[in-house]
Design a protein around this ligand. Sequence first.
Ligand code: SF4
Ligand code: SF4
Length: 426
Amino acid sequence: MKRPEEIFNFAETADACVKCGKCIPVCTIHNVNPDEVTSPRGFIDLLGAYQKGYLELDRNAKDIFESCFLCTNCVDVCPKALPTDMVIEQVRADLAEIYGIAWYKRAFFYLLRHRTLMDMLFKMGYVFQTCGFKIHAEKSSMEPRFTLPVIKKDRLLPSMGKTSFLNSYPEQTHNGGKRKVAIFIGCLANYNYTSIGDSLMKILKALDIDVMIPKKQLCCGAPAYFTGDFDTVRHNAQKNIRYFESFIDDVEAIIIPEATCSAMIKVDYEHFFHDDPEYKARATALKGKIFMATEWLEQHTHLRTLLSSKPKKALHVTYHDPCHARKMQGIYQEPRRLIAQNYTIKEMSDPNACCGFGGVTMQTEKFHFAQAAGRPKAAMIEQSGASVVAAECSACRMQITNSLFEAEVNAHFKNPIELIAEALEG
Ligand code: SF4
Ligand code: SF4
């Protein structure tokens, strides 16, 4: 395990790279843009040169460092465990300081800091979404009717739910009183894919576990972290940490049906606060109670046994491993073990390959890269023969749903939590 001062010393990281090239074949951006500068080895080399004063962070360098998907495939295979993703996250903050952050990202990150404003905007969005978008209800998606400033036509985006998850339930739900967990829901599941939270509530009821829905939770900060807006990350992370501390002793766990939010709170908060000992320690103290939802349900409840008593469904499911679940948190068996009780799992050829979501910049300015990275994933889903693709991540859902739409593949997406709730209904 590397110490933060080693990780964030770009020159030391660059010097530690043995140039073995093991990271190149697995690199998501290198596979769609085969150039040494857009490879883990190239990124690290350039960062070393930047710290030593040989490289200016000009627009070309900005373009290069913004093209990493932060998928961590390279970290997984690197014999020196070099944290390419983390050094790139760090240099993006330097880039944000030099070039600022595009107006639409600033507006989005501002909303992520203010729940009430976000609630109002999504409510308005729900009412007016049909004016600008064609709704694909079965995919919880919408298709722009015309090209918008940063969003092109002919793609699917998540549609907006009528009422957010956080505003749909009371703060406390009593299901028996013996055990209790809190839910951290994530923004996409809160406003767009709201049936994930509904499904999680049904599962916890079936298990007689009380639920707390902490109403003041803020976005985990992941979209801002990946874009270099560290002020927003600090604001949201500190507020969430202080808020979680106020109820953490009353619950067994905070469960999160989202790989990215879970990885952000459990793993990245500690990294982010590497130069703030107080908040680093507070983030560390909380992490023992932060779990991905399937992880906690599979390891800490009798859900698997309960599911095994329910009928098997004639549905073939293929499971995609979100980068933030398998590579960052080691979670890949738990969702499969739960799904396998009632569905037939048909593995795709490379479930661990990144779907190509990549973050806000990749989904807007560099969308052509996201599209290119999404094509092989859509093809392997089709080849698996499954009619449903599952992943415990709504960013993957947004990207994969669009990739399937573009490739005209007739499979649809479900979070494993939704599949499990449906299986419990029999
Ligand atoms: S994080 Fe992913 S896209 Fe970025 S350098 Fe590593 S493998 Fe390539
Ligand atoms: S796998 Fe690691 S050591 Fe090898 S070239 Fe890539 S970054 Fe360098």
